[in-house]
Design a protein around this ligand. Structure first.
Ligand code: C2E
Ligand code: CA
Ligand code: CA
Length: 601
């Protein structure tokens, strides 16, 4: 019980010692009385309690010692009944009480022990000797009181643990787990009572930039201020709400949810949304710094179409996403167009599922060149699908949907497996081949603890040297200071894979943070290459900036999306390490790649 609840050590130790007093007293009494066997058994109980105390103090599991105590109590009962006759059964009561308090409810245990106490007293009544009554009732009372106090403290501790597990540690408001439970109950009630309730999904705009610019701690402080502002929005108790029963939760990172219930009409949700925007879109004063944030808000009503907490939250999330797409710092109600969008995405997810089952994905390879534009250095694997369901939809559209519907791991494993198979095929014909193959990996893998093992398994299956493989992750997938992502990158690096930051320049990585990421290559985003030579485009200078950064941090640079001679020559002169793009080659099937570049003699 102690180990199960994490009950505080100080209390447990104290209870063990208190439990020791009557047992030791009894042991001494019986030893002196000449009941040697009984004395020995009771001494064994004392030893078991002492060992258990020691284990608790050392914060070790004391399960076996608890069983030891129960076993010695049972043995004592047998010995006691043998020597003292049926009277010895009294020694069973501490064990029975203990078992009841450990395995059943507090109230039930109280009823059982009190009844036992009365029965014992009645049994003792025939002898009607005060000594007898004392001998029966004192130990029982002690056991009962101790056990009651013990289980009371444990239940209090469990409530404390429960509260701890449902509160967001940073802001003190509900966390996602608690919020989901709470919202589910609210959905039932709102539908039953035909009320109007709205869920607001709030996501701060460009919060990553705050973290990158001012540091992690300032970011945390800002989140605290934001949660306070949100609380102030629902605690006004004004006429919009008939009854204030509302909640604010932090769902993850910079995502919050807020619920207003008992609205007089749906129009009132507008007023609250405006209030939220006003509360957030202002200067926050944090440790002497003035930081301005904006938020995008998605709003969904609880109604007949949304019967679960998940559904309504998903709708609010989708509306928030639309608010972001339409320029951020605004709110958006869930509507039929967003619902259609969800329907389409769902269909695409079904298409992905069936394409995976029917083996309808294929791979093409986009050659990557040395700066001469002739010699290939390797290729980037890109996925294609020819199934009817996904016709006309490219990977840039269905990969995010695969991520949303939990299908991305299957896609990533498929691509890795088949790319490794091709590398093996190439090595069998050309053992000295030192090309490098870039594989796109979803950001989700950075949180997938099974990913390294899966990679190991596939590496072993095809016997592929990791040095020939470069794993590409988009820059935006690396939330700064996200230690788990950095740990995963470190593990992959230790496995000798090369790592590359894709679409570099589109995220908000503070360049100084590059040293935190164990990456080898930066892949400058196509939009920057596209702007080369266009003086009116502010992006054109980024190419030079990124070239300098790559040199500064000793990283290789790959330019992608090279579409014309001008861009190609510019990058060549700037000494960019590698290039890829339609000007040099489009993505091609494996056999064409092998034949065109004479990779097998
Ligand atoms: P990405 O990793 O940035 O891939 C480069 C995309 O730009 C590819 O589109 C490629 O065909 C295209 N591209 C390359 N050079 C040029 C050029 O000169 N001009 C033009 N117009 N386009 C060029 P694709 O194959 O449609 O892939 C789009 C995105 O889908 C990829 O962006 C990547 O994020 C994702 N993706 C593609 N294949 C996979 C895959 O196997 N696994 C995962 N997880 N994601 C993939
Ligand atoms: Ca890529
Ligand atoms: Ca890219």
């Amino acid at each position: 019980m102690v180990g199960d609840t994490g009950f505080s050590n100080k209390h447990t130790t104290l209870f063990h010692f208190i439990g020791l007093v009557p047992s030791a007293g009894y042991a001494l009494y019986h030893l002196l009385e000449g009941n040697i066997w009984l004395g020995v058994c009771l001494t064994a109980i004392c030893l078991a309690i002492l060992l258990s105390t020691y284990k608790v103090m050392q914060e070790l599991d004391n399960t076996y010692y608890r069983y030891g105590i129960l076993a010695s109590v049972c043995l004592t009962v047998i010995v006691a009944t043998y020597f003292l006759g049926i009277r010895g059964i009294i020694f069973a009561f501490p064990a029975i009480t203990g078992i009841f308090f450990t395995f059943t409810s507090f109230r039930f245990s109280m009823v059982v022990t009190t009844s036992m106490l009365i029965l014992c007293l009645l049994a003792a009544l025939n002898s009607l000797h005060w000594q007898m009554i004392l001998r029966f009732s004192v130990p029982l009372m002690m056991t009962m009181l101790l056990s009651a106090a013990y289980s009371y403290l444990i239940s209090k501790h469990q409530i404390a643990l429960e509260t701890q597990a449902s509160v967001d540690h940073l802001t003190g408001i509900m966390n996602r787990r608690r919020f989901n439970d709470w919202l589910q109950r609210l959905v039932h009630r709102t539908l039953r009572e035909k009320q109007i309730a709205a869920v607001y999904f709030i996501d701060l705009d460009d919060f990553k930039r705050v973290n990158d610019t001012y540091g992690h701690e300032t970011g945390d402080l800002l989140l605290k201020h934001v949660s306070k502002s949100l609380l102030s929005c629902i605690r006004v108790g004004d006429a919009l709400s008939l009854l204030n029963e509302e909640g604010v939760a932090r769902l993850a990172g910079d995502e919050f949810a807020l619920v207003t219930t008992n609205l007089k009409s749906k129009n009132n949700a507008d007023v609250i949304a405006n209030r939220l925007i006003a509360a957030l879109n202002r200067d926050f004063d944090i440790d002497g710094l003035t930081i301005r944030v904006n938020a995008s808000i998605g709003i969904a009503f609880i109604d007949e179409d949304t019967r679960t907490a998940d559904e309504v939250l998903h709708n609010a999330d989708a509306a928030m996403f639309r608010a972001k797409q339409e320029g951020k710092n605004r709110y958006q109600f869930f509507n039929s167009s967003i619902a259609n969008d969800i329907g389409l995405r769902k269909n695409v997810s079904l298409g992905i599922k069936s394409a995976l089952e029917n083996n309808e994905f294929t791979l093409v390879f986009m050659p990557i060149f040395h700066p001469d534009g002739v010699v290939v250095a390797g290729a980037e694997t890109l996925i294609r699908c020819h199934s009817d369901e996904l016709k006309g939809i490219g990977p840039d559209q269905y990969i995010p949907i695969a991520e949303e519907y939990g299908l991305i791991k299957d896609i990533d494993y498929y691509v890795i497996d088949h790319t490794f198979e091709k590398i093996r095929e190439l090595l069998n014909h050309n053992p000295d081949c030192n090309l490098r193959f870039a594989i796109n990996i979803s950001a989700i893998e950075l949180q997938n603890l099974e990913f390294p093992d899966k990679l190991k398994e596939l590496m072993k299956k095809h016997n592929v040297p990791p040095q020939m493989v470069e794993l590409e992750l988009t820059e935006t997938s690396l939330v700064s200071h996200d230690e788990q992502s950095i740990d995963m990158l470190t593990i992959l690096k230790q496995m000798n894979f090369r790592l590359s930051l894709d679409d570099f320049g589109t995220g908000y990585t503070a360049f100084s943070q590059l040293q935190l990421y164990p990456v080898d290559t930066l892949k400058i985003d196509r939009s920057f290459v596209d702007s080369i030579g266009d003086e009116t485009n502010s992006k054109s200078s980024m190419v030079d900036v990124i070239l300098t950064i790559a040199k500064l941090y000793d990283l290789e640079l790959v330019a992608e999306g090279v579409e014309n001679q001008y861009q190609f020559e510019y990058l060549q002169q700037a000494k960019c390490d590698y290039m890829q793009g339609y000007y040099l080659s489009k993505p091609i099937p494996w056999q064409e790649f092998i034949d065109t570049y004479h990779l097998v003699s």
